[in-house]
Each structure stands twice: as C-alpha cells, then as structure tokens.
Design a protein around this ligand. Structure first.
Ligand code: FES
Length: 106
C-alpha cells in the first residue's frame, strides 16, 4: 500500500491509500477524485487519465512503456513529466508519491 497525494488543478490536495497492484487511475477514481475521465477504462487508448508526476518523483517510479509514450503525446498539454495514470501501478515504493492533475483532459 502507498499513500498517494493527488493535487487538483485548483490546488486541492487529496490523500489516497492505494493498494499495491492497482493503477493510480483506479485509486483516484475509487476515491472520487475529479480530473480523470479515463474513458477507455485503462486500455491505453484514450489519454484521458493524463496527469503530471511531481518533479521529485519522476525518476523514482517505473519508466513508461513505448506504448504509453506514444499515447501520452495525445494528451492535452503533455509535458516531460506527463504520465497516463492507468499505466502506473502502485507499489510500496510509491508511498508519498505526488500527482498533479491537469485542468482538463480535453
Ligand atoms: Fe485510457 Fe488511461 S484510461 S489511456
């Protein structure tokens, strides 16, 4: 389990206890967090689960796959620290991870 902090674009911080093996997307949606629409349900075909990994954590979580890198380019306002949250799988090592949610997925 890892405690993840999601920061909405408004600055509102929400802490979530995420289970190992779940995606960040699933943990966020289960906690009612706004900002992820996740239209494809985690199939890596929509990019509407886009979020920004806090700069301090970019190199501390597993790197994206080539497939994720292709799809994240489709996200609105993609940046070097952009990830698709359905592709980031929670582990104990992510305890304290901070994720910034974009203002919009469209
Ligand atoms: Fe569609 Fe992540 S939910 S790519």
């Amino acid at each position: 389990m890892a405690r993840i902090t999601f920061i909405e674009h408004t600055g509102k911080r929400i802490e979530v206890d995420a289970e190992n093996g779940d995606s960040l997307m699933k943990a966020a949606l289960a906690s009612g967090i706004d900002g992820l629409t996740a239209e494809c349900g985690g199939c890596l075909s929509c990019a509407t689960c886009h979020a920004y990994v806090d700069e301090e954590w970019v190199d501390r979580i597993p790197a994206p796959s080539d497939e994720e890198l292709v799809m994240v380019d489709c996200a609105v306002d993609a940046r070097p620290n952009s990830r698709l949250t359905c592709q980031v799988i929670v582990s104990d090592a992510m305890d304290g991870l901070v994720i910034h949610l974009p203002a919009s997925q469209y």
